[in-house]
Design a protein around this ligand. Structure first.
Ligand code: NAD
Ligand code: MG
Length: 428
């Protein structure tokens, strides 16, 4: 019998983390959990420790780690409790670990994901922000260490499944013409721009098809999630912006497609349940049960497609601009978005203020080339500062919907480049 796959789950208390543990628990003969990590949720992490008995449990927060330590001791568990960013990096690169599920949300996921890449672990990458911020540094680390990279984001997992295994030779070499990245359109897909002015965090987090963490739910509502995914696809599949076409598909049954030179389009379909891409990556190259109900095509009956409307969803346009600009522009976009989304969730910024804050940060900060992680971290800090100041200056409610440079209504992505006013260097 082959050895069990030994896994660290970063962000185990979140939406992806819980789904990952659900799949793992279905296959006690295949997987063993070495480490579980969370931000500050000691109670939830404790319950997971009781169930999976990992060697290590890490909390970012020191006080929460103290609480967890007491509970672990009282329960007589052998789990060692650690805290802090260095501990997250450590459990991502332990010699006994084979695979790391990178499911921390936001920029906080970058350092542990990178540690796993440098240590040559098989990385199951949910934390798209890692690639958005530092795609070149991260992909270079993956290539240098020979670690395997499997995308967890449902779209990228679908694209990976629809590409030939040797796509690393280049898209042209394997006959791929375009990547068709599907988007549900989120809860506000058919709302008019004027209706978006007063939407609440609760409305933004009520996604029609997927149950997810709050940050990615707001990103889905603004379509920044799709923008981040365009940048993610660029790095994963070495695809230029003009070869990545966003296709709004409200049913979320087709998880993305690949178009070939002969006119073929290959797609991956399934119910919208993250356990499918998680199980695919955990079991790769084998297929394992995920606990997902079979797709009932007769019940679904129809599949619809629309072009994205960049006038209402400016975040998507800003992400394309940042990708075309290159360098630190995507890190600036990501950091400003994180600050703006947190302010929106805190009711300190209206929904339509999100793209305004991001655009301001992209205009104020000149993109610089990325040669190392420090370049990315510097851009990230500066963008957070600029975005926070912008939010403080304007105050809640002071944002007016800023017309998109493309206010001529819906148009398909990739047909004409957007502006890139603050692009300070040659695009890559
Ligand atoms: P979530 O908010 O539900 O969970 C986030 C996890 O990260 C939690 O365990 C939390 O404790 C931990 N965490 C948060 N801040 C941290 C910090 N500063 N340091 C250490 N740990 C921290 O998020 P989620 O929805 O599970 O998303 C996780 C990642 O996966 C995100 O990057 C998201 O874009 C991506 N993703 C999620 C989905 C989904 O369906 N939820 C789909 C595709 C991609
Ligand atoms: Mg996705």
């Amino acid at each position: 019998m082959p050895d069990k796959q030994k896994i660290t789950v970063l962000g185990s208390t979140g939406s992806i983390g819980v789904s990952t543990l659900d799949v793992i628990a279905r296959h006690p003969g295949l997987f063993r959990v070495v480490a579980l990590t969370a931000n500050s949720q000691a109670d939830k992490l404790f319950l997971q420790c009781q169930q999976f008995e990992p060697e290590f449990a890490v909390l970012l927060d020191a006080d929460a780690a103290q609480q967890l330590q007491s509970k672990i001791a009282a329960a007589g568990l052998a789990t060692e409790v650690l805290h802090g960013v260095e501990a997250l990096e450590r459990v991502s690169s332990l010699p006994q670990v084979d695979s790391v599920m990178a499911a921390i949300v936001g920029a906080a996921g970058l350092r542990p994901s990178l540690a796993a890449a440098r240590a040559g672990k098989k990385i199951l990458l949910a934390n798209k922000e890692t690639l958005v911020m530092s795609g070149r540094v991260f992909m270079d680390a993956v290539r240098a260490s020979g670690s395997g990279l499997l995308p967890i984001d449902s779209e990228h997992n679908a694209i990976f499944q629809s590409l030939p295994r040797d796509f690393g030779r280049g898209l042209d070499a394997v006959g791929v013409t375009r990547i068709l990245l599907t988007a549900s359109g989120g809860p506000f897909r058919s709302k008019a721009l004027s209706e978006l002015e007063h939407v609440t965090p609760a409305q933004a987090c009520a996604h029609p098809n997927w149950s997810m963490g709050r940050k990615i739910s707001v990103d889905s509502a603004s379509m920044m999630n799709k923008g981040l995914e365009v940048i993610e696809a660029h790095w994963l599949f070495d695809a230029p912006a003009e070869r990545i076409q966003v296709v709004v598909h409200p049913q979320s049954v087709i998880h993305s497609m690949v178009e070939y030179a002969d006119g073929s389009v290959l797609a991956q379909l399934g119910n919208p349940d993250m356990r499918t891409p998680i199980a695919y990556a955990l079991g790769f190259p084998e297929r394992i049960h995920a606990g997902v109900s079979p797709l009932d095509l007769f019940k679904i009956a129809r599949l619809d497609f629309e072009a994205p409307d960049l006038a209402r969803f400016r975040c998507l346009d800003l992400a394309y601009q940042a990708l075309r600009c290159g360098g630190t522009a995507p890190a600036i976009l990501n950091a400003a978005n994180e600050v703006a989304v947190a302010a929106f969730l805190d009711e300190k910024l209206p929904f339509l203020g999100i793209p305004s804050v991001i655009e301001h940060a992209l205009e104020q900060i000149t993109s610089a080339p990325v040669n190392c992680l420090e370049d990315v971290q510097q851009a990230d800090s500066l963008a957070r500062k600029v975005a926070s100041e912008c939010i403080l200056r304007q105050g809640a409610g002071a944002f007016t919907p800023h017309p998109s440079p493309l206010h001529d209504g819906a148009r398909a992505i990739g047909s004409a480049p957007g502006g890139d006013a603050s692009c300070g260097h040659t695009p890559h």
